[in-house]
Write a protein that binds this ligand. Structure first.
Ligand code: SAH
Length: 260
């Protein structure tokens, strides 16, 4: 008996043992003793995680997969969380650092990443499989077309590495697109030297109109004429590094009459 793949849950089950083993091996295992796998499905990746010395927990939304895991992956014992990762408050289950890994459901992979960034104080390492294009975007440097919200918000707190490509033909059923495996390691500084909520708002607003200069795209911030003279506002968001965005946020926060 195996789990029937459900499209609405982004279920594409990995069929290649070697790839599963390689994904499990991407975690360094240092700086934490607990790992949480998102979306174990039938436990393809889980079986390899369980071979490592850290304690492996899983969170799965699909009751059919949970029944399968309870029957077939008995080593997990009581370390199965039944629920939606997007609604999970890590502090309710973990009181210490926990690495996160998964072969992520592609329809919610960016939201998973944002939830991790929000809960970064507990997550020193994050690794796993994304749609290739998304994996590339997360790792991209300023100046390229793919550089955007995902790149800046991730790189503000984590150092990303693109590790390897995965063909669509090692899944059942095969997804429409190729995949990529990445690893993020948390930076030493978990806070930015600026108002983080404002930083998020500036980055998102700037990239909503990525071809415009910041002077135009950030109009809604009601900036003073003198601040708008600053040459940083001649730039387009794709040319700004994380530290440029931090500086921009500081300037906006210090502006004499912002309306928001
Ligand atoms: N790890 C397995 C399955 C990957 S498919 C493998 O590699 O074969 C993605 C998995 O994520 C599915 O098991 C799906 O049920 C689960 N999933 C989808 N949305 C989820 C959510 N919001 N929270 C937790 N798990 C989720």
């Amino acid at each position: 008996m195996s789990v029937h793949p459900k499209k609405y849950l982004g279920q594409h089950f990995l069929t290649d043992q070697n790839i599963a083993k390689n994904i499990a091996a991407t975690l360094s295992g240092t700086g934490y003793s607990t790992v949480l796998e998102i979306g174990p499905g039938m436990g393809m990746l889980t079986q390899y995680l369980l071979q490592h010395s850290y304690s492996t927990h899983v969170i799965e939304i699909d009751t059919e997969s949970i029944d399968y895991l309870k029957t077939n992956v008995s080593e997990l014992e009581n370390r199965i969380i039944e629920g939606d990762f997007l609604k999970l408050d890590l502090t309710e289950y973990f009181d210490d650092q926990v690495a996160i890994i998964g072969n992520f459901p592609y329809n919610i992979s960016s939201q998973i990443l944002f939830r991790v960034i929000e809960q970064r104080h507990l997550v020193p390492e994050f690794a796993g499989m994304f749609q290739k294009e998304v994996a590339e975007r997360i790792c991209e440097k300023p100046g390229s077309k793919a550089y955007g919200i995902l790149s800046v918000l991730t790189q503000a707190f984590y150092t990303p590495e693109y590790l390897f490509n995965v063909s669509r033909f090692v899944f059942d059923p095969p997804p429409k697109v190729a995949s990529g495996v990445i690893r993020l390691r948390r930076k030493e500084k978990q806070e930015l030297p600026c108002d983080t909520a404002l930083f998020f708002r500036v980055v998102k607003t700037a990239f909503q109109q990525r071809r415009k200069t910041l002077r135009n795209s950030l109009k809604s911030f009601g900036l003073s004429p003198s601040l708008k003279e600053d040459s940083i506002f001649d730039e387009r968001p794709e040319r700004l590094s994380v530290s440029d965005f931090v500086q921009l946020t500081q300037k906006i926060a210090d502006d004499s009459f912002p309306t928001q």
